[in-house]
Design a protein around this ligand. Sequence first.
Ligand code: PLP
Length: 372
Amino acid sequence: MVRVSARLEDLPNSLENLLRPDLRGLTPYGAPQAPLPVALNVNENTHPVPEEVADDILDGIARALREVNRYPDREFTALREGFADYLGHGLAPDQIWAANGSNEVLQHLLQAFAGPGRTAFGFAPTYSMYPLLTRATGASYVSGTRGVDYTLAPEDAAAQVAQARPDVVFLCAPNNPTGTPLGLDVIEAVYDATDGIVIVDEAYQEFAPRDSRSALTLLPGRERLVVSRTMSKAFAFAGARVGYLAADPAVIDALRLVRLPYHLSALTQAAAVAALRHAPAMLAMVDDIVAQRDRISATLAALGYTPYESWTNFVLFSGVADPAATWHALYDRGVLIRDVGIAHSLRVTAGTEAESTAFLDALASIGDAGRA
Ligand SMILES: *Cc1c(COP(=O)(O)O)cnc(C)c1O
């Protein structure tokens, strides 16, 4: 039988002493992966890839497989062209980078621009991977604070960044786990307040109102600005592991220093290129998900909870008496959501209509006991 150490603290002494001192005591990313009928805990697009798109992706993978004896295109040229087309805003392929999920994109940025002796900064609460990815490169992570309802004001955000003097700033727009939109004025103010790299993480941008402007519009003339995206959320492609960014070509050159050779497999490239060719079909469910998100918010309010404004595919809500107890009560009813560690709050992903209803019914069945 293979024995697995349940926790890092349980490492045998000999290994504990070998582990880098700056990694001791850290906790790995660990959103539970439980096989429940309704899984609304990690902000996936719960709609499957449309049948006709799946066929085309399979054709692309089949063709790539015939040449899989060779290393793939190290520069993933076709994929970069696909992303440049998809993003628009006059972007050229030499302004695009991609990797195995935007987590790896962020890791490349930190490997190039953070590392030992350096500092990265983010406004808490925000994406839990920022500190982990930062510390894994040997850099330290500093948390700033948010204002009322987790919003950020330009002057406040700029003042905090100016004081912290970080080498890398993370701005999650809209923010995970709160759903909060971020004004372009905040991004401009933070950019002007630092000499470091400013990463705007737009993992959820496709769920924002159609007329809202992306940070991509701020790229011209800002060579330290990076806008990252992912195919994991709106594109229903989380299992394929594809993330990307747009930035100045000089930033892209820096990332070539830290990536592993051929880091994007031929199969990943083929799958992503085919999916991008069908972007409208892949994104067809976004409106439906946004409608479910808004229905979840309205129903949560009617149930006596307090949902926060969300421009994403999930809703953070407060007014929960005991988040761990409610999480377990939902689990027992076959519904998996996320306890993100914010007092009296839980986060739920907007699923299909049936999944969203299952969550709302399960929560309603807990009744008054669930509310603070
Ligand atoms: C989900 C998410 C990502 C994307 O992760 P992938 O590695 O692309 O799957 C990035 N940033 C935020 C804020 C997220 O919530």
